[in-house]
Write a protein that binds this ligand. Structure first.
Ligand code: G6P
Ligand code: MG
Length: 215
């Protein structure tokens, strides 16, 4: 492919905030009186806050009104923000900064494409906002992954055709979003779970520009 832009999901690709999302959702489930496991949590990865709450409530077999759901989502988010407000640059996942610098040094543009409304805060805490030309987060989009909106908006803001972009994703919904947007996708994590991706790697350490151009 003709590689011009790389779009990175944030949670689970650049930082392991999935563990904080899990702890906050689990605390909510505990309060509501049911068990919520790490396996249950897989289905929430890449999914918007309200859609995640719907999945959580269905795991517990619980029905709530719209107003109650708003309160529960805010409760969860307050706990989550407590965790991420303490994040440091040491929590940046291996290979991320090196890859971003290498891409930019050869003129390949970089973007964040995240469903999170907390993406700005996380990037501030870990101090790498300057390594991205464009940041598309949960405030800028109406449709959650697997809808391709977040990545298409990233490509549009970069001024690059989707076919010249590679997306890095750890969530099944995110891989589907990238492919639906006509982009190549590198899955970060488990080969079986992310089998639809064009390439799956455990983390960003072994990614080279040559490998990306061959996608
Ligand atoms: C990311 C995470 C999801 C999270 C979503 C919304 O996509 O992978 O687990 O639910 O962002 O995050 P927010 O910080 O806005 O609640
Ligand atoms: Mg993710």
């Amino acid at each position: 492919m003709e590689l011009k832009g790389c779009i990175f999901d944030l949670d689970g690709v650049i930082v392991d905030t999935a563990k904080y999302h899990f702890l906050a959702w689990k605390r909510l489930a505990d309060e509501l009186g049911f068990e919520f496991t790490e396996e249950n949590n897989e289905a929430l990865k890449g999914v918007s806050r309200m859609a995640s709450l719907e999945i959580l409530l269905s795991v517990g077999g619980i029905k709530k009104s719209t107003a109650e759901k708003e309160l529960l989502a805010t409760r969860k988010n307050n706990w989550y923000v407590e965790f991420i407000s303490k994040m440091t640059p040491e929590e940046i996942l291996p290979g991320s900064v090196e890859l971003l610098r290498r891409l930019r040094s050869v003129g390949i543009h970089t973007a964040i494409g995240s469903a999170s409304k907390n993406a700005g805060m996380i990037l501030d805490r870990i101090g790498i906002s300057q390594l991205f030309d464009v940041i598309v987060d949960g405030h800028k989009i109406a449709h959650a992954k697997p809808d391709p909106e977040v990545f298409l908006k990233g490509a549009e803001e970069l001024g690059i055709a989707p076919s010249c972009c590679v997306v890095f994703e750890d969530a099944v919904a995110g891989v589907e979003a990238a492919l639906a947007g006509g982009m190549k996708c590198v899955g970060i994590g488990d080969k079986n779970r992310l089998s639809k991706a064009d390439l799956v790697v455990p983390d960003l350490t072994d990614i080279t520009i040559e490998k990306l151009r061959k996608l």
